[in-house]
Design a protein around this ligand. Structure first.
Ligand SMILES: Nc1nc2c(ncn2[C@@H]2O[C@H](COP(=O)(O)OP(=O)(O)OP(=O)(O)O)[C@@H](O)[C@H]2O)c(=O)[nH]1
Length: 774
């Protein structure tokens, strides 16, 4: 249809004509005249059958007509294959809309002649083919050859019509067609041609006139009327013809409606397959990009164009076929197109979703970071709107008219993912606010806590708790303002955050500060300050100078006991006075056990500290005793006598030497002044200190001198770090504890503090002070 006759794209605009008749009656000659074909014509000299089987050709001069030259009936050569006549008639009537019955004039009226048998066969097979459905008319065009008699064509036509009616009446018709008349199945048309050999010129002229009826659609006798068409689209003709032929040759029932449905199914599938090819090709590049995780901007447009093109190509060809089959096949094609598109679209939506979630998380975090005054929720909502708008744009392009899909579930899923990111960001924001609140609280409470604990007064916990309560109230106020400004949360959720902040203020801030204050070094410092406060200074805060009349033991016992009483007080937080903690159940988060944080110094550590304090206190006591011996020691009488005897000459020399006398008087005067002022104790201590410093200096110089001669490796700690020199390790300045807090007097950090030498226990203490806890 395509390669030889160029008719495949003709749709329904083509016609099929077949010629029947007895053998060698000039059928091929007639067809060649009418249609310009080149069917073989029997040679004049050799009378034998020329046409065997059925031959087909297209009319020349652009005629969209297929002509079938059918083997003539009564063929002697066929012999036993008599049923070929019936089969060829069945096939021709199934395919051709116009059947030319070629006969000699002298055959007209011969009812028992070969032609009548042929006509009977034609009518029978026609009934077989069309009785099932809507009757399809066929034009029977009788061409009477060698019309040489005087009988007019009308008379011949009437004779033939009568014969046909008789045959029709004699047919046993299938149920439902009993009352059907001949003309409900056939139109009859008659023409005659002069003798080809006797009247060649007339023959040619009239043959040309006949030709116009087949070529000139405008002529009144035009034979190819729309009602005769078998409605087999040109591109389906080969399949239809071969399928009919197959049925005919295998003697199977042949009904045209079924054949046409089968043809429609076959052709619609073929057309759909062809239409799908460019569609799939157009999708390949975008599908690849989508599979790489990209969002393809023009995916919707590309897909829609490819889909429309495929459908149009299908409709253009398939719509000519059986409407029921076509409808189903079209729906099938649409389903295939849409399912392939949907798979790509789903990937695109998945990519768009992932990109939206990522962009939201990143952009929102950045916008919060660069916050220029907008509230948290305002910022997040703005970013979210932008992200969702981008997602909608990517998805909207995929929703074209009649599309059976919706991406609402994917959008809901994305909404859920963005909600989760929002919650995460909000928690991070709340964490930041809580951290800020904690920092402020630490700054605010740090000094007060240190001061109250350093004073160690009976009511120190009340003061500490007052400070905590007040800070907690301030923090609540600050938090409420910050949360409101950020538009973060309110109501129940705010209460939850508040309680979380309370727990942080309590444990991370206050208890943290308190634990710093009750480290070993700090506790020992406090205890020592407490004992010194009572033992070394009098009620007016002046340093004591011990005299033999003082009861050092009693004074020391009182001072030590008062200091010892401080240790248990420091060991546990007393929250009785806190109004906030009285309502701990609603103040802290549910399940928070603040009681476990109350113990600051465990009993074992308390015992250890008590021992270490006792040793330090003993040192104070011994120092006090020594100062009294130094100040008030008595010189024995024999020493004085010995002194007079041995120093008589020197004394006389001094007395009689004016220079020495003046010097002695000055020294004596100064000593008298010191004595009268009661300054011997401090003076001796100052002298002792000076001697100590001088001895240290000498010691250092000696060590340096030795080191210069013999290099010594630097002393290292177990961790490999250089250990500072002992001489500069400790630098503690003591002043009146009633005038400033102990904490402020601590110049070096606690780990650097080293107590005074304590004889045999020194090594044990020093090893304990370098333990990890310290
Ligand atoms: N008398 C007469 N002879 C004709 C006419 N047309 C053709 N012939 C001759 O009849 C013979 C058979 O012609 P074909 O055209 O081959 O006849 P056919 O019916 O096609 O023959 P088969 O294909 O063998 O059945 C040829 O020798 C023709 O010259 C005609 O109109 N009148």
């Amino acid at each position: 249809m395509q390669n030889k006759w160029r008719l495949a794209k003709a749709g329904f605009d083509y016609d099929v004509v077949a010629v029947f008749g007895s053998q060698s009656t000039g059928k091929s000659t007639l067809l060649n005249r009418l249609f310009g074909t080149r069917f073989d014509v029997m040679s004049e000299a050799q009378r034998q059958q020329t046409t065997r089987g059925i031959w087909t050709d297209r009319g020349t001069g652009g005629m969209p007509v297929l002509i079938m030259d059918v083997e003539g009936t009564d063929g002697r050569e066929r012999g036993e294959h008599q049923d070929f006549e019936r089969k060829s008639a069945l096939f021709s009537l199934a395919v051709a809309e116009v059947v030319i019955v070629n006969m000699w004039e002298n055959m007209v009226g011969l009812y028992n002649g070969a032609n009548m048998g042929l006509l009977k066969t034609v009518m029978e097979v026609n009934l077989q083919l069309f009785s099932g459905g809507e009757p399809k008319k066929t034009l029977l065009y009788f061409v009477i050859r060698d019309h040489v008699s005087a009988a007019p064509l009308e008379s011949l036509a009437a004779t033939l019509t009568k014969d046909l009616a008789r045959i029709w009446a004699s047919l046993s018709r299938p149920p439902g067609t009993e009352s059907a008349t001949l003309d409900s199945y056939f139109d009859l048309k008659f023409a005659s041609l002069p003798h080809k050999l006797l009247q060649p010129a007339d023959f040619e002229r009239e043959a040309m006139g006949l030709r116009r009826q087949f070529t000139d659609a405008g002529s009144s006798g035009y034979v190819f009327k729309a009602g005769y068409k078998r409605r087999v689209p040109a591109d389906g003709f080969p399949h239809y013809a071969s399928s009919v032929w197959e049925k005919v040759m295998s003697n199977k029932d042949l009904d045209l409606p079924t054949q046409q449905e089968l043809l429609a199914q076959f052709r619609c599938d073929e057309i759909a397959a062809v239409a799908l090819e460019p569609f799939r090709e157009a999708l390949v590049p975008v599908r690849l990009r989508v599979q790489e995780g990209k969002v393809v901007e023009d995916l919707g447009a590309v897909a829609q164009a490819a889909r429309t093109q495929a459908l149009e190509a299908f409709v253009a060809q398939a719509a000519r076929y059986h409407s029921g089959v076509y409808g189903k096949k079209r729906a099938g094609l649409v389903a295939t197109l849409d399912s392939e598109l949907h798979a790509v679209f789903l990937n695109q939506v998945k990519n768009a979703s992932a990109q939206a979630a990522e962009a939201f998380s990143r952009d929102a975090a950045r916008a919060i970071e660069e916050d220029n005054g907008g509230g948290f929720m305002e910022i997040v909502e703005k970013v979210r709107c932008g992200v969702m708008a981008r997602f909608d744009r990517a998805v909207d392009g995929l929703m074209f008219e009649g599309a059976p899909w919706s991406f609402a579930p994917e959008k809901r899923q994305l909404d859920g993912a963005l909600d989760a990111v929002t919650v995460e960001l909000r928690e991070r924001e709340v964490d930041r606010i809580v951290e800020r609140t904690k920092r402020l609280a630490k700054d605010a409470m740090g000094d007060a806590v240190a001061e109250h604990l350093a004073a160690g007064e009976e009511d120190m916990w009340r003061l500490v708790m007052d400070a905590f309560d007040s800070e907690a109230s301030d923090a609540d106020e600050r938090l409420a303002k910050q949360l409101a400004a950020a538009g973060l949360i309110g109501g129940e959720q705010r209460l939850v955050v508040e309680r979380r902040v309370h727990a942080a203020l309590w444990e991370d801030v206050l208890v943290g500060l308190l634990r710093d204050e009750v480290s070993d070094a700090m506790v020992l410092l406090k205890l020592r300050a407490a004992v010194e406060d009572r033992f070394r200074y009098d009620a007016q805060g002046l340093p004591r100078v011990w005299t033999p009349s003082d009861d050092i033991d009693a004074q020391f016992a009182v001072a030590r006991e008062s200091a010892r009483a401080l240790l248990p007080r420091l060991s546990r937080v007393n929250v009785e006075s806190s109004a906030k903690l009285r309502l701990a159940r609603t103040f802290f988060p549910a399940g928070y056990e603040y009681e476990r944080t109350l113990v600051l110094i465990a009993p074992a550590r308390q015992r250890d500290l008590a021992k270490r304090f006792a040793r330090e206190a003993d040192a104070l006591y011994l120092e006090a005793k020594r100062s009294m011996v130094t100040t008030h020691g008595k010189v024995p009488a024999w020493v004085l006598v010995l002194l007079v005897l041995l120093g008589w000459n020197e004394a006389m020399a001094v007395l009689f030497n004016p220079l020495y006398l003046v010097l002695v008087c000055m020294v004596g005067g100064a000593a008298l002044v010191v004595h009268l002022l009661g300054m011997w104790g401090p003076l001796l201590r100052a002298a002792g200190g000076f001697t100590g410093v001088a001895s240290d200096q000498v010691h250092r110089l000696l060590v340096e001198a030795v080191n210069r001669t013999e290099p010594v490796k630097p002393r290292k700690s177990s961790s490999g770090k250089r250990v500072p020199k002992k001489e500069s390790d400790t630098e503690i300045e003591y002043t009146d504890p009633r005038r400033s807090s102990i904490s402020k007097r601590l110049v070096k950090k606690e780990s650097d503090i080293e107590m005074e030498p304590l004889g045999k226990d020194e090594s044990r203490n020093s090893s304990r002070s370098s333990s990890p806890r310290n």
